[in-house]
Design a binder for this molecule. Structure first.
Ligand code: CA
Length: 216
């Protein structure tokens, strides 16, 4: 899952990006509204964390412009819990919001819920044969036994599972699993796929030659 954070406070931006990367997300960042809008329009992010008070273009205006072309789920960071702000956000097309200062676990939970809703899922758990993926706890069981996956392997499985039955191209996977700062060799994706097959069964991920990967 690839997230864009638009936030002008450097310390908050840095700590938020680091915390999300530790959770296994690919993270891009922007420090003002114009750069944020440019990135948001350039990629299909899985979600955007958007501060309201931003230089150059504020969060509301960014959101208004973005909504002309994209439905990317947006979590607003508002400074105060004022009902005026809240109504404005929902009118403008925000999907959810948290009030600063916020707890990280709460922000993570909201983000997961947003991503789940945008994939039209109402439950935390995805079951594929004997494999059970808990997207809230971010862990995986096979035949009721926990399976140890790296953060990247987990993200790969979750993304494919949320698009179950669809062929996901390598390009899509690169866009959603890795961020601008990842300098990865092109075969790294194959390594992750191969590791997941060792852990969850050879047939768990199907390769469609020339097209991409799929969980049937
Ligand atoms: Ca700000």
């Amino acid at each position: 899952m690839r997230i864009l954070i638009v936030e002008d406070e450097p310390d908050l931006l840095r700590s938020l990006a680091q915390a999300l990367r530790e959770e296994g997300y690919a993270v891009d960042t922007a420090q003002n509204g114009e750069d944020g809008l440019f990135s948001a329009e350039s990629y299909d992010y899985d979600a955007i964390v958007l501060d309201v008070m931003l230089p150059r273009l504020d969060g509301w205006e960014l959101l208004k412009r973005l909504r002309k072309t994209k439905k990317t789920p947006v979590l607003m960071l508002t400074a105060r819990d004022q009902s005026r702000d809240r109504v404005k956000g929902l009118d403008t097309g925000a999907d959810d919001y948290v009030v600063k200062p916020f707890d990280l676990p709460e922000l993570f939970a909201r983000l997961r819920a947003l991503i789940r809703r945008s994939a039209n899922r109402t439950t935390n758990v995805i079951e594929i044969n004997d494999v059970k993926i808990d997207t809230a706890a971010r862990n995986i069981f096979r035949a009721e036994k926990p399976v140890e996956l790296t953060a990247r392997e987990y993200s790969l499985v979750e993304f494919l599972a949320l698009h179950r039955g669809e062929v996901v191209t390598r390009t899509q996977l690169y866009e959603h699993l890795f961020d601008e700062n990842d300098s990865t060799l092109s075969n790294l994706l194959d390594v992750h796929v191969s590791n997941v097959r060792k852990k969850l069964g050879a047939g768990f991920i199907t390769t469609r030659r020339g097209h991409g990967y799929c969980i049937e």
